[in-house]
Design a protein around this ligand. Structure first.
Ligand code: TRP
Length: 350
């Protein structure tokens, strides 16, 4: 049970080549927001044209801390799928699938669980933080403690090479590579491949309240599915520089989320620079900057919203797309699992 802290597992930039296999995904516990769009969805739309890409609706993992509320997870599967389709993730180019519909992942999780010890799982810093937040202490559900092993199965079952994730997920990738190395060594095989965590630099979008992270639980998000009025209202109420009281006062652009959003989403960088200079000098009201942001976001979100409405007209069809895509994913997994079982010598019946 070798354990290495391996910072070389992280890459910040990525030019996909056709032989790369990307695996990424989201817990379906709520609608996706601007943070997801900027930090990952846009890149997925680009990658899908170059290499194989699997996108996971991680309902099994979401259940590890929602076991008593499966409806919260189940009801979001199709919603997140609609978010994916509305931003331009194309099910002909990306393979989108639901985790629970691939039982082989659970099987692989069981084999992996034999290759990691309890102490290693308990030391995972992300899991530790989450356990503290949830107040589990001694009462942690075993399924929760072991979700990184399930995540390792999510990734390695496709022989993925690159896993785009946030910084907090790096321990999961290290865990994955530990398991891959252990499995391949013990069963003398090369069926699984090590992977890299692709962590975008500066991809984080702050919340409407100025909190460093946009998140559903902090109630500080603009959702891709928000209508025009809701977005306008949210922008109006957005945190800015609290010391910028009168229009003529000089204002701060650092830590002012209105400007962070403009940096992220306004393609007219000269205009943004001009607004910043004016704001810092004084004489530019928050309302004017916010109106600029509203226009920029509306231009970006309107076509996403329209595509969503279009797909949402026929949810049965969206479900069929997801099912077909999931079946294709399962075929790949089944083949790799067959090979893994072969290496273990447990393909009894064939
Ligand atoms: N743990 C990820 C999150 O909380 C979701 C996830 C599950 C995932 N399985 C994955 C991400 C595999 C990347 C690869 O956001």
């Amino acid at each position: 049970m070798s354990e290495r802290s391996n910072s070389s597992v992280i890459i910040h930039e990525f030019n996909p080549s056709p032989t790369d296999v990307i695996l990424t995904g989201d817990r379906p516990t709520g609608p996706l927001h601007l943070g997801h769009f900027h930090g990952s969805l846009k890149a997925r739309v680009a990658y899908q044209r170059v290499c194989k890409q699997y996108i996971l609706l991680a309902d099994v993992q979401a259940l590890t801390d929602n076991a008593e509320n499966p409806q919260k997870v189940a009801s979001n599967v199709l919603e997140v799928m609609l978010d994916y389709l509305s931003v331009g993730i194309d099910p002909k180019l990306s393979t989108i699938y639901v985790a629970s519909a691939i039982p082989e992942t659970s099987e692989l999780t069981m084999y992996f669980l034999n290759l990691v010890n309890l102490g290693r799982l308990q030391r995972n810093p992300t899991v530790k933080t989450e356990m503290r937040q949830k107040g589990y202490d001694e009462g942690v559900p075993v399924g929760f403690l072991t979700y990184p092993v399930n995540q390792a199965a999510d990734i390695s079952q496709f022989r993925a090479t690159v896993v785009p994730v946030g910084e907090d997920q790096v321990p999961m990738i290290e865990q994955t590579n530990d398991l891959v190395r252990n499995f391949n060594r013990i069963y003398n095989t090369s069926v699984f491949r090590e992977c890299k965590a692709l962590v975008p630099r500066g991809g984080l979008i702050p919340g409407l309240d100025g909190n460093s992270k946009m998140s559903k639980s902090l109630n500080n998000a603009i959702y891709l599915s928000d209508d025009e009025r809701t977005v306008a209202k949210k922008i109006k109420a957005m945190y800015t520089d609290p010391n910028h009281v009168r229009v003529e006062d000089p204002g701060n652009v650092e830590g002012n989320p209105v400007f962070t959003y403009l940096d992220a989403f306004d393609s007219d960088t000269a205009k943004v620079a001009e607004l910043k200079a004016h704001y810092q000098r004084g004489g530019l009201g928050d309302g004017v900057v916010k109106e600029r942001l509203r226009g920029v976001l509306e231009e970006m979100l309107a076509p996403i919203r329209a595509r969503r409405a279009d797909f949402a007209k026929d949810r049965g069809e969206v479900l069929r797309i997801l099912r077909d895509s999931t079946l294709r994913a399962r075929e790949v997994v089944a083949q790799n699992l067959h090979e893994a079982r072969g290496a273990m010598g447990i393909n009894y019946f064939q």
